[in-house]
Design a binder for this molecule. Structure first.
Ligand code: SF4
Length: 255
């Protein structure tokens, strides 16, 4: 089945239209393969702008949509939702950024318009090959592993733990603290390094959400985001941790 593509070129008030000849871009879009409708409109993200797209999807049976406007970081979710409200899969959308990449980077109407035409041509070509995607919700293990118990690892572990998530903090030495534990003062404030580090070492050791694995090294990682399996090798300590009543109070894993 031949795809039916709709192209919508936004003025963004004067943001785009003051530099890019949006009418020309829309006219050009109308000549491209599989484009059945090409319009320009003052504010595509406004309610009437979105209505234009939705009506065309319903009335013209559009199967793909290109919006030439601002960065997709700004309004891709807006237009994706508009497609879905008109019963078209939201992934059948492509955006051409003719604001940040055209009108905001030159005052030359001819070159901005030429580039906008080129971006729209590319977007029309690309959207032709889009496939609908169904979103799925999958269970995610929110536990996090931080590898390296220096000041950066300690701080990261603390912040994640304080956000309520389980953290495994893996350190290959017998104690956390890393290089900072060896310094006297820290640049640029020349604060006492131990005064900054030791409270954090204690906090991380005492946080119930943090599981410290010192004298340990990551051997193997497999899986993917939200579903990792990590093999950690913990070296022998020659001590029964539960029976150690001395060093455990301040730094439980320094033996
Ligand atoms: S869609 Fe983007 S470019 Fe168009 S009016 Fe809205 S913010 Fe401006």
């Amino acid at each position: 089945m031949a795809e039916k593509i709709g192209v919508y070129v936004c003025h963004c008030g004067h943001n785009i239209a003051a530099v890019v000849d949006v009418e020309k871009v829309a006219q050009y879009a109308g000549t491209l393969d599989n484009v059945v409708i090409a319009r320009d409109y003052k504010y595509m993200c406004s309610d009437p702008g979105q209505e234009l797209i939705k009506n065309d999807i319903r009335e013209l049976g559009l199967t793909r949509v290109v919006v030439a406007a601002c960065s997709p970081r700004m309004h891709e979710p807006t237009f994706k939702a508009a497609l879905e409200r008109a019963s078209l899969n939201g992934y059948l959308l492509e955006m051409a950024n003719i604001r940040e990449q055209c009108s905001w980077v030159t005052e030359n109407t001819q070159s901005a318009t030429e580039k906008a035409r080129s971006l729209v041509r590319g977007a029309v070509r690309r959207v032709y090959y889009h496939r609908p995607i169904e979103e799925r919700v999958v269970p995610v293990n929110k536990a996090t592993m931080v590898v390296g118990g220096g000041i950066a690892g300690i701080q990261a572990a603390l912040q994640i733990a304080e956000a309520g998530h389980k953290v495994y903090l893996v350190e290959r030495e017998a104690s956390i603290g890393g290089q900072m534990a060896k310094f006297d003062k820290t640049f640029p404030t020349m604060d006492c390094a131990a005064c900054i580090l030791t409270p954090k070492m204690v906090a991380v050791a005492q946080n119930p959400n943090v599981e410290l694995l010192t004298y340990a090294e990551v051997q193997h990682v497999e899986g993917y985001v939200g579903n990792f399996t990590v093999t950690v090798k913990q070296k022998p300590r020659y001590i029964v941790e539960d029976l150690c009543t001395d060093a455990v109070t301040v730094l439980p894993l320094v033996f």
